[in-house]
Design a protein around this ligand. Structure first.
Ligand code: PLP
Length: 360
């Protein structure tokens, strides 16, 4: 029965629609990123019902699952394709993000083998240092190869990713550089690029501030539709009408005891090889819950709904809450609820030990 992940599809539908309209008004199309919910089908359907027509995921197994279930929406692969998956790619995915000439060649071959065509968006690395061409000239050269030599690969446009590895903020400067590169390519190929893809949820910030270069016409949005927390809490820029708590974790209390706050004995490392610090606050009441890092990954990104409770820590199968300051009398057998940031949402959706319960 527990732990259970309750998923409110109405909120996801609402958030998808709000984000689509928010972006649409500013000339930007939304690719709805479903990887944060493991592409669970009811969630994917909620994106589509919210009017998001292009779906995006980084994992081929998610895309194959969606296709098998008859989802025929336009599909975008976010992670650079593995050479070992190019046949599945061209048979199931409309567009992929790319940064390697060798992969582009392999996509062409796979298209020939399978009698297909495939669209590509070439990625520029503007400083976040994950994927993408770092040298502008190499990107332009690859664009010309696709345009002129790979007849089955269609150059749809260029894009970038920011705020993921290097935590670099999207700005009018770096996104302006993306547009400038696009325009250089357009001059050389003599046509307009269809897509200039300006990033993920973090790029909603310059869009909201009116600082998005005009030609950016696609964003790839996951977090803000699923969890709706980043814009408000990290970027101080909430979007009206978005709803939090689309995902709520419920877990059962298996022990309630008052214990010291500082461990007793010689200290080494915890179950994950870390050396956490402990503040001695004397004896306090705590609750042990039957759910752990194997399920949610990041304990500090759980938000206890119970007033006065806070997360002390977690091991692979247990979560420890401080409940000393709670007015409510928490007992063994009680079920406690948690709101979720993006990290735990992603882990919980993928955990087989967590039951999923969908609400319309
Ligand atoms: C995951 C991912 C996104 C979506 O990021 P959010 O912050 O969840 O909106 C966008 N683009 C790429 C390349 C991704 O891998």
């Amino acid at each position: 029965m527990y732990p259970v992940l309750e998923i409110n599809l109405k909120k996801i539908r609402n958030n998808a629609e709000i984000i689509r309209k928010f972006c649409g008004k500013r000339g930007v199309e939304v690719a709805g990123v479903v990887k944060g919910a493991e592409a669970l089908l009811p969630v994917v359907s909620a994106f589509l019902e919210g009017g998001v027509s292009c779906l995006a995921d980084s994992r081929m197994n998610h895309i194959l699952k969606m296709r098998k279930c008859g989802i025929d929406a336009e599909m975008l692969l976010l992670r650079i394709p593995m050479i070992s998956e190019v046949d599945e790619l061209v048979c199931n995915v409309d567009i992929s993000l790319n940064s390697e000439p060798r992969v582009l060649q392999e996509i062409q071959h796979a298209c020939e083998r399978n009698g297909r065509h495939h669209g590509v968006v070439l990625m520029a690395d503007l400083g976040d240092l994950r994927e993408g061409f770092f040298e502008e000239d190499e990107l332009i050269e690859a664009a010309l190869v696709v345009e002129n030599k790979l007849d089955r690969v269609r150059l749809k446009g260029i894009g970038t990713n920011l705020g993921c590895y290097g935590s670099v903020a999207p700005t009018s400067e770096n996104l302006g550089r993306l547009v400038a590169i696009a325009e250089k390519i357009e001059k050389k190929i003599g046509r307009r690029l269809e897509i200039i893809s300006g990033g993920a949820t973090s790029s909603l910030k310059p869009l909201a501030d009116g600082k998005m270069p005009e030609r950016i016409n696609q964003l790839r949005i996951g977090e803000e539709i699923l969890c709706a927390r980043d814009m408000e809490e990290y970027f101080d820029c909430g979007i009206d009408g978005l709803q939090k708590y689309a995902f709520v974790l419920k877990a059962e209390v298996v022990e309630v005891k008052t214990k010291p706050t500082h461990p007793i004995g010689d200290m080494m490392v915890n179950a994950f090889g870390e050396k956490p610090a402990f503040e001695d606050k004397g004896k306090r009441k705590r609750a042990l819950l039957a759910v752990g890092r194997g399920d949610f990954g990041q304990p500090d990104k759980l938000i206890p709904k119970l007033e006065g409770a806070f997360v002390l820590g977690a091991s692979s199968d247990h979560l420890i809450l401080d409940i000393e300051d709670c007015k409510e009398d928490v007992k063994t057998g009680d079920v406690l609820s948690f709101g979720l940031y993006y990290g735990p949402t992603l882990f919980l959706c993928g955990s087989d030990s967590v039951r999923k319960c969908f609400y319309q």
